[in-house]
Design a protein around this ligand. Structure first.
Ligand SMILES: [Zn+2]
Length: 151
């Protein structure tokens, strides 16, 4: 998670702790823990995938169109437009990190060959449009709850 988000939560939590008891703060933090863990896991997976991508494929992924996505709590599935057809692309966060794509490039190289441009495009989109906004929303809500409780 981004450093600034951590700092903001920490700062507000410190202030809140001075005015309230540790038990209720602990309850609040536990309630967001699971959601936070999920975000950290998915952010780490997408970031690692992009870092592992060959620069040529990372560049090409900029022009790839992800038509739709769906998320089942473990895996993000994408319908990704290829040259001739729509490919089924997925990135799994749990129970272990994995990715796959039905395109010829990924089929030829296998998972060990690194992510194809469709997987990279899905990872970038998921990071940009889901994970990062979710982290911001979670931080805003947590800060809001803590600040409100302080009054
Ligand atoms: Zn592909």
């Amino acid at each position: 998670m981004r450093h600034q988000t951590h700092k903001s939560i920490h700062r507000v939590a410190q202030r809140w702790l001075l005015a309230n008891d540790a038990t209720s703060l602990n309850r609040l933090l536990i309630s967001v823990q699971e959601y936070r863990d999920e975000l950290v896991l998915s952010e780490g997976t997408c970031t690692a995938l992009i870092a592992a991508g060959e620069s040529r494929r990372v560049d090409r992924s900029e022009h790839v169109v992800v038509k739709s996505t769906r998320y089942d709590g473990n895996t993000v599935h994408g319908d990704v437009q290829g040259a001739d057809s729509v490919y089924q692309t997925r990135i799994s966060f749990k129970p272990r990190r994995a990715f796959n794509c039905s395109c010829p490039d990924q089929s030829r190289r296998g998972a060990r060959g690194g992510p194809c441009k469709h997987v990279l495009a899905l990872g970038k989109l998921w990071l940009r449009e889901h994970i990062n906004p979710a982290i911001d929303t979670m931080a805003d809500r947590l800060i809001g709850i803590l600040e409100h409780s302080e009054l």
